[in-house]
Every structure is written in structure tokens, then in C-alpha cells.
Design a protein around this ligand. Structure first.
Ligand SMILES: [Zn+2]
Ligand SMILES: [Zn+2]
Length: 178
């Protein structure tokens, strides 16, 4: 979604739109954290307005994502819903643009320097901020057995039966630690 700066009113304006976030799949595929798969679009409810030269955005994004459980390594679907708000200030000093862009990345400050605000990268940033740090298929996920590797959500294994014997506690601790 792109919004012309001149069209941004002083009284809050509300819009709903779908934002393309498919690019996140490529970004994540490159990194080591290939633990999420993103749909091509997410729904965004957005309110925006200007105050002086600053532009304020508040909204809610939502959609269905896929994650890979960090305990049992199974893929699962989850709903991401995230409230967000951010403010854009004009990037006044064009001669310092390079520095401004560097510090924007470093400090999380956001500026605009064009006649039109492209929301796509800002929304994608909010999606990333809304991701769980450790994806879990369920809070209660029991993960994989550190001994034999079976998915403990689906089946019991002999290791855990043996683990009930307190005399074997020391071995279990050694095996499971990761
Ligand atoms: Zn799991
Ligand atoms: Zn086992």
C-alpha cells in the first residue's frame, strides 16, 4: 500500500487493505532462521494522520503463518495478530541522507523522504517484530526424546521409562542437555 503524503489528513483516517509480504519468505530462506513461512498477503487495519510534519500510523495486522516447532520440528499453522504503531518524520537533511539511513537502521528511527509513503517494508518489519522468538506448536509440546529422537507428543519411548528410575537421573541429564 502506498499513500501520497499530500493525502494524509489531520483527522485520523481508517483503511483496510492487504499488504504483500511474500518477500519475507526469500529473506528468511537465506538466513539460518528458516523457521517461518509467510502467506503472500496479510490483512491490515490502519489508522493514520498527520500532526505537523510527522505522520502517525496505528494498526492491527493479522494472517495465517506456518512455523516449524523448535521442540518437535513439526510444521504447524498459527495466527499472527499484532498491534503496531509508528511515527514517520521527514528526512529533512538530504545531504545527510546516507547517514540518516544508516542511523535509521541502527536506531529504529523511521523517516520519509518521498512524496509517497510505501507501507510494505514498514508492515513487513512489524510482521517480523510480531513473530514468536521460539516457534512452538503448543506450549505443552514435549519435543523429541534426546535419547532416541521419537516425537514425545505422539509416542512414549523406552528412554523415558528408564528415566523414571532415579538411579539413571545422571545419564538422562547428560543425554538430554542440548
Ligand atoms: Zn512441537
Ligand atoms: Zn527415547
Amino acid at each position: 500500500m502506498k499513500i501520497p503524503v499530500d493525502d494524509i489528513p489531520q483527522s485520523p483516517k481508517e483503511i483496510k487493505f492487504s499488504e504483500s509480504i511474500g518477500e519475507l519468505n526469500e529473506a528468511y530462506a537465506k538466513g539460518s532462521a528458516g523457521d517461518f513461512r509467510f502467506p503472500p498477503f496479510l490483512d491490515v487495519d490502519l489508522v493514520y494522520y498527520r500532526s505537523g510534519r510527522q505522520i502517525f500510523f496505528q494498526g492491527l495486522l493479522g494472517g495465517s503463518l506456518e512455523g516449524r516447532c523448535s521442540r518437535c520440528l513439526k510444521d504447524f499453522t498459527f495466527t499472527l495478530r499484532k498491534n503496531f504503531d509508528f511515527v514517520l518524520s521527514p528526512d529533512r537533511d538530504k545531504s545527510d541522507r546516507k547517514i540518516a539511513e544508516l542511523s535509521r537502521e541502527d536506531l529504529g528511527l523511521s523517516t520519509y523522504s518521498t512524496d509517497e509513503i510505501n507501507l510494505a517494508p514498514l508492515i513487513r518489519e512489524q510482521v517480523v517484530l510480531g513473530l514468536p522468538t521460539r516457534p512452538l506448536c503448543a506450549e505443552s509440546c514435549r519435543g523429541l526424546c534426546g535419547g532416541c529422537g521419537v516425537n514425545l507428543n505422539c509416542e512414549a519411548c523406552l528412554c523415558s521409562a528408564a528415566g523414571d528410575d532415579p538411579r539413571l537421573e545422571i545419564f538422562r541429564t547428560l543425554k538430554v542437555g542440548r
